[in-house]
Design a protein around this ligand. Structure first.
Ligand code: SF4
Length: 387
């Protein structure tokens, strides 16, 4: 049976509060029966509070509604994020006064409070799950959807995978992209050609390894797989391979599998807000122009279905190319709009495929629109009298 994904569209017919996204979030919380499920639970709300001067993360108006629903149901809510985003979250509006619950660093202020989980994957031997995540009895994963330089897009998987791990594991997950070799120096021994390869990249994504001269290092995040470097690299010396790019997403799926395994069945649910979707992650510390039209708000107990549905709703919309910073380029218009910007090998769907293979959830879903946009007659603007 397909998993249910509840959806509130960003579109509305009337200029009325009940047709806006916070009201649709309320309908989704009702459909997920949040209030009935959280009595006496310690409820961790994992969100990305952004960094520095970000203003495009989930607006506190939405978070407050989730917090209130948990309180109404008799649960004890608190918000968590990684230490350097939680510290200073109040400067972006995430304070206990505004949200109605405290904001903590998930693994403590020094990222030293975690539980170790053995599960070898490439360079990762064990995974450090943040202490406050594992100590909780109910999880609400509240993700802001945006582009991401490592995997094309950041959604519900990404919010848990990186955000629920302590710092060392987050670093190791990024390093997994370098585990499978992509540079074979014996095939390119001429330093002049080495320089031609690095000079070919307009993004400084492929550089000479400072610690190992004569070797190349590929900054996967900066690479959009345009292939310019491959045109000058001797055959067999450099590979821009799916395995390197996909390793990050496989690591994300494993991380989520581990995190969710610390909760009893039925004690986790997932929400995504797909508005003001920027080219890169909220951790960059700034907000740039949105690159996609706002899609809406989503909710499901199945994280695989949720991310798949979110991507599917976004897929037919257009990349707003005029909003893309001029330092970046669109070199393909095939695949998902996030691939147009981040490259074909950063396929945003991959994480859902890995997640489904691990048995976390299903890519087969039923999208339930909680308030379909009606076609209504044109009418006058609602007027609020000054008196
Ligand atoms: S594929 Fe393109 S972006 Fe990636 S390293 Fe080569 S030249 Fe740079």
């Amino acid at each position: 049976m397909p998993s249910k994904v509840f959806f509130g569209s960003a579109h509305q017919a009337r200029l009325e509060a009940r047709e806006t996204l916070p009201a649709k979030l309320d309908l989704i919380l009702d459909q997920l029966h949040i209030r009935d499920r959280v009595s006496k639970e310690t409820v961790v709300i994992k969100m990305h509070t952004g960094n520095n001067m970000v203003y495009s993360t989930i607006h506190p108006v939405f978070v407050r509604r989730v917090v209130q629903a948990v309180k109404d149901g008799g649960g004890k809510p608190f918000v968590v994020d990684v230490s350097w985003d939680a510290a200073g979250a109040e400067t972006r509006g995430y304070s206990s006064e505004v949200l109605g619950c405290p904001v903590y660093s998930a693994a403590g202020p020094d990222e030293k409070y975690f539980y170790e989980h053995e599960r070898p994957y490439k360079n990762i031997k064990s995974w450090k799950v943040a202490g406050l995540i594992q100590d909780s009895t109910f999880m609400i994963n509240f993700a802001h959807v945006k582009g991401h330089p490592s995997c094309g897009f950041g959604g519900a998987f990404k919010n848990l995978a990186l955000g629920c791990m302590a710092g060392k594991t987050r670093g190791a997950m990024h390093d997994a992209m370098h585990y499978d070799p992509y540079w074979f120096p014996e095939k390119c021994t001429d330093p002049a050609i080495l320089k031609q390869i690095t000079d070919a990249c307009p993004f400084e994504a492929v550089v000479e390894d400072k610690e190992q001269p004569g070797n190349l290092h590929l900054h996967m995040e900066q690479c959009n797989q345009c292939g310019r470097c491959l045109r000058v690299a001797p055959t067999g010396s450099l590979f821009i391979s799916p395995v390197n790019f996909h390793s990050f997403q496989e690591a994300c799926a494993i991380a989520v599998d581990i995190v969710l395994s610390t909760f009893e069945p039925g004690k986790a649910t997932h929400l995504s807000l797909a508005t003001h979707m920027t080219p890169v992650c909220d951790c960059f510390g700034f907000t740039s122009m949105p690159i996609l039209p706002d899609a809406g708000v989503f909710g499901s107990d199945d994280i695989v279905a949720l991310d798949k549905a979110t991507l599917d709703v976004i897929a037919p919309t257009r990349l707003i190319e005029e909003n893309i910073p001029t330092s970046l380029e669109v070199h393909t218009r095939e695949g998902h709009p996030f691939q147009w910007l981040h490259g074909p090998l950063k396929d945003p769907y991959k994480v859902t495929e890995y997640g489904e293979k691990l048995g976390i959830g299903s890519r087969d879903y039923e999208l339930v629109d909680v308030l379909p946009v009606e076609k209504v007659e044109r009418s006058s603007l609602t007027y609020i009298a000054a008196s």
